[in-house]
Design a protein around this ligand. Structure first.
Ligand SMILES: [Zn+2]
Length: 430
């Protein structure tokens, strides 16, 4: 145990609060850095030459090497011993291992966390400016970008590893572990959607995907219910990879043990397949606003309340046959306008393909997927579709994982796990 005692000489007489505050801040910065340096040097000097972790044989000291780390209180220099195991032909720095400083890293985890908190919401260049202005920490936009890649890769890697164990190796005990002791919810609701992001690599578009798992519902006022226990997952994976990871998130939330499991989407072919493949026990729902929009578009200028309302009233009671019959009449009557005739034909197919998702309205009421659309806009759109941005697939995937940490309020838990070198998979599950 040791204490860092900071002595500040203050002369507040005749000063404004702002002046006093600025002087205290400057004084603290000046003193904490050197104090931390002194403490660290003492700790590093105590680190002995430990046995080789490979062969358990003795190792030899090979001189002292200095290493500089930029932290939240300025930079510190660590003069640590290099040790060598002759039989294994390996060298190592026991002090680095003890302090948890990653090989070759120039920045502390505290700097990484703060810079990435900024970079998840604004550009790397702006984050670099904020680090300098707010914390007097010099870190370039390129270095923040590198840290985002490193950290996002760790999270993506944890998901990939979990996915491999469950779906690749077929280790179902992992699923049981994930579900753990989570109480079985009455109702779990999955929502999923996709959105296109500009791909810098291929010069085309790539699809970012998002999903939400809810595991509760409460009545907020008479007749108005709100979904609770929200967990969000987003990635740039293909449909299968995304579906499997969303299923893992659902398992963690206990969704598969719910009395009822619902799946709400806009009824695209890809999402219908995703439901069949990864949530086969879920009751499908077609987002009611998409249905209404598609019907209105197909009716075109004729989309007066007079023609739309009867269609919607058939849909809302889940009577798909009556809806199709009414649509078919419009389709048959529309002989003048070829384009409208075709649109009506397409919406007929759309309704028929989403039959199950409309039939579900009958017993459980129509459902909307507005929450996932908000996630697509806020979590994905605001950073990945910001003006002047384009992304390479891995970079977009990594920054998305960091943004999801914030969205799920698991940011602090994640960084606590990183600092203490405990499993980040557990932190992601929460
Ligand atoms: Zn050895």
């Amino acid at each position: 145990m040791s204490s860092i005692i900071i002595e500040l000489e203050l002369d507040a007489a005749g000063k404004t609060l702002a002046e006093v505050e600025a002087a205290v801040m400057a004084g603290m910065r000046r003193q904490v850095g050197p104090a931390l340096q002194e403490e660290l040097s003492a700790v590093v000097a105590q680190v002995g030459v430990t046995a080789c972790p490979g062969c358990h044989g003795p190792r030899r000291g090979r001189g002292v090497e200095r290493r500089r780390i930029t932290g939240l209180f300025g930079s510190v220099v660590i003069a640590r011993q290099r040790v060598e195991c002759v039989p294994c032909a390996t060298t190592s720095y026991p002090a680095d291992v003890q302090l948890g400083i990653e090989p070759g890293e120039r920045y502390s985890l505290g700097v990484a966390e703060t810079a990435l908190w900024l970079a998840t919401d604004s550009s790397y260049a702006k984050s670099s400016g904020s680090m300098s202005q707010l914390l007097a920490v010099g870190i370039s936009h390129g270095q923040i970008h590198r840290l985002a890649q490193r950290e996002g890769q760790l999270i993506a890697g944890a998901w990939d590893a979990l996915r491999q164990r469950v779906f690749g190796d077929g280790d179902r005990t992992v699923l049981a572990d994930l579900e753990g002791t989570t109480p079985a919810p009455d109702l779990a609701v999955i929502q999923a959607d996709g959105t296109f992001v500009h791909d810098r690599g291929a010069g085309e578009r790539m699809e970012a995907k998002g999903g939400i798992v809810y595991t509760g519902r409460a009545e907020v006022s008479k007749g108005r219910r709100r979904l609770l226990g929200k967990r969000t997952f987003c990635s740039l994976d293909g449909m299968t990879g995304f579906g499997e990871k969303l299923a893992l998130v659902a398992a963690q939330a206990g969704a598969f043990r719910a009395r009822e499991l619902w799946f709400v989407s806009d009824g695209s072919t890809a999402l219908r397949n995703l439901r069949r493949q990864h949530f086969p026990t879920a009751i499908p729902f077609l987002d009611v606003w998409h249905l209404e929009k598609r019907l209105a578009e197909a009716l075109g200028d004729n989309a007066s309340q007079q023609s739309l309302a009867p269609l919607m009233s058939r849909a809302l009671i889940g009577d798909v046959d009556a809806l199709i019959e009414a649509l078919a009449e419009h389709w048959a009557e529309e002989t003048d306008d070829q384009e409208r005739h075709q649109r009506l034909g397409e919406v007929l197919q759309y309704v028929d393909a989403n039959r199950e998702g409309i039939v579900s309205y009958a017993r459980r009421g129509a459902q909307a997927s507005s929450p996932i659309e908000k996630v697509m806009d806020v979590v994905i759109g605001r950073r990945l579709k910001a003006k002047g941005t384009s992304w390479h697939r891995p970079g977009a995937d990594r920054i998305l994982h960091l943004r999801v940490l914030k969205e799920n309020r698991s940011w602090d838990r994640y960084w606590a796990a990183r600092r203490s070198r405990t499993s980040i998979t557990a932190a992601l599950a929460a």
